[in-house]
Design a protein around this ligand. Structure first.
Ligand code: FES
Ligand code: FES
Length: 163
């Protein structure tokens, strides 16, 4: 067993892990943030997506010991005390989810995309979503939500109306 330190959504945690422990399980079961979902465990579905030192990562494909000292953001850290992140508002407005299992990964991937480019090309939007599988086949509304979030990023004073 090995002690590691993680900063998750701004909070510092010290946990003792087995060198074989996957980051997704440490986040869910040791730190108690269950918004990060477990899907395929093979790096294909994106349900376990978190932001690891500023880049999205599939936490089922990361050994927790290798994340020692890292800053992590999970879906629980996307909203702020001021309210939902504009990306969350856009997905809400456009009904960009059905069961919601894929939603944390979709939201964090979209947030990363718009942080890098507030006016992404259509192929960049598609590429961003490409690593996140939606079993409810809601891609039409998901893509619409990403475009709405991008418009919101370009006109920061324009908040989407809530349904
Ligand atoms: S559970 Fe990690 S990519 Fe599917
Ligand atoms: S909304 Fe159900 S998996 Fe995407």
């Amino acid at each position: 067993m090995q002690p590691i330190r993680l900063t998750v959504n701004g909070d510092k945690h010290e946990v003792t892990v087995d060198p074989r422990d996957l980051l997704v399980y440490v986040i869910r079961e040791r730190i108690g943030l269950t918004g990060t979902n477990v899907g395929c465990l093979t790096g294909d579905c994106g349900a376990c997506t978190v932001t690891l030192d500023g880049r999205t990562a599939k936490s089922c494909s990361v050994l927790a010991v290798t994340a020692d000292g890292s800053e992590i953001r999970t879906i629980e850290g996307l909203a702020s005390p001021a309210g939902l992140d504009p990306v969350q508002e856009a997905f809400w407005k456009e009904n960009g989810f059905q069961c919601g299992y894929c939603l944390p990964g979709m939201l964090l991937a979209t947030r990363e995309l718009l942080d890098e480019d507030p006016d992404p090309a259509e192929e960049d939007i598609t590429r961003t979503i490409d690593g996140n599988l939606c079993r409810c086949t809601g891609y039409t509304t998901i893509l619409r939500a990403v475009r709405t979030a991008a418009r919101r990023a370009q006109h920061r004073d324009e908040r989407p109306e809530r349904p």
